[in-house]
Design a protein around this ligand. Structure first.
Ligand code: CP
Ligand code: NVA
Length: 307
């Protein structure tokens, strides 16, 4: 049995296999074919943080695969009143076939997985957002980009940045990461990425200069400056991130056919300008739709590993 907690645990071949399966399921769906890959199976979806895309895509996704999704908010679960994770994991995983969790620390999801009888999927933690990065890879490919494309990250060194580092270092790609001083990716994640990069030949460059990251890039990425759980730091962050907006002057430094990506929700006027988000290079809504398709691929892949 496999879990999907971080791409650290996945090989290049497995990542590409899941993308190929997701593409196949997407093609079938677009031609009106809904195969019951997970007939009568139940996905438990535990949310300790807010969500639009993750909630809708997982719930619709499992339904389209012939199964059913169970939305479990920590406002209602006993976890919210202090029932231990290890007890909750043993109870819930005796009743459902797969679990998706959105929570705070990665250690929570790891503990849950270690006590779970069924596959666990990370729907975002403070450290990683692996289902989003799979949707991003799928979207990049659909827009004519490849493993040779140069990626730029401009903004916070957050869960999305770490997910990009895992993807790039596993697949042997190139990324330039520009964060303000003091907002770098945690050192343990950099160390892991550098180790994987040594094996795969990936090129990873860190800078504090957004222009350096953007120059001649094929894919420009950013994300909110204030992630969930950081609301109290909002004003300070807005000050510290001055100069890190992805606007048309940044996009002009990239290659002509570069695409702009953002996992959403976006805050116009902070990390991205209205003009770029709504502009012809932006693929953010394809990226959002691909959450549905790629997560169906991930669920079917995990379900097959279980049988
Ligand atoms: N990108 C993403 O995970 O969005 P939600 O927070 O709306 O799920
Ligand atoms: N970095 C953001 C991503 C939201 C999908 C957060 O963690 O809030």
């Amino acid at each position: 049995m496999r879990h999907f907690l971080t791409l650290k645990d996945y090989s290049k071949e497995e990542i590409l296999e899941i993308i190929a399966l997701s593409n196949e399921i997407k093609r079938e769906m677009k031609s009106g074919v809904f195969k019951p890959y997970m007939a009568n199976k139940t996905l438990g979806m535990i949310f300790e943080k807010s969500s639009t895309r993750t909630r809708v895509s997982f719930e619709v996704g499992i339904y389209q695969l012939g199964g059913i999704g169970l939305f479990l908010s920590n406002r209602d679960l006993q976890i919210g009143r202090g029932e231990p994770i290890k007890d909750s994991a043993r109870v819930i995983s005796r009743m459902v076939d797969m679990v998706m969790i959105r929570t705070y620390s990665q250690s929570i999801i790891e503990e849950f997985a270690s006590y779970s009888k069924v596959p666990v999927i990370n729907g975002l933690t403070d450290e990683y957002h692996p289902v989003q990065i799979m949707a991003d890879l799928m979207t990049m490919f659909e827009h004519g980009k490849s493993l040779e494309s140069k990626i730029a990250w401009i903004g916070d060194g957050n869960n999305m940045t770490s997910s990009w580092l895992m993807l790039v270092s596993k697949l042997g790609m190139e990324i330039r990461v520009a964060t303000p001083k003091g907002y770098e990716v945690p050192q343990n994640i950099i160390d892991d990425a550098m180790n994987f990069a040594n094996e795969s030949g990936a090129k990873i460059i860190f800078t504090n200069d957004p222009k350096e990251a953007a120059t001649k890039a094929d894919v420009i990425n950013t994300d909110t400056w204030v992630s969930m759980g950081q609301d109290e730091e909002k004003e300070r962050r807005k000050r510290d991130f001055k100069g890190f907006i992805v606007d048309s002057s940044i996009m002009k430094l990239a290659n002509k056919d570069a695409i702009f990506m953002h996992c959403l929700p976006a805050y116009r006027g902070d990390e991205v300008s209205e003009e770029v988000l709504e502009g012809s290079q932006s693929v953010v809504f394809d990226e959002a739709e691909n959450r549905l398709h790629v997560q169906k691929g991930i669920m079917v892949w995990l379900d097959r590993k279980r049988d």
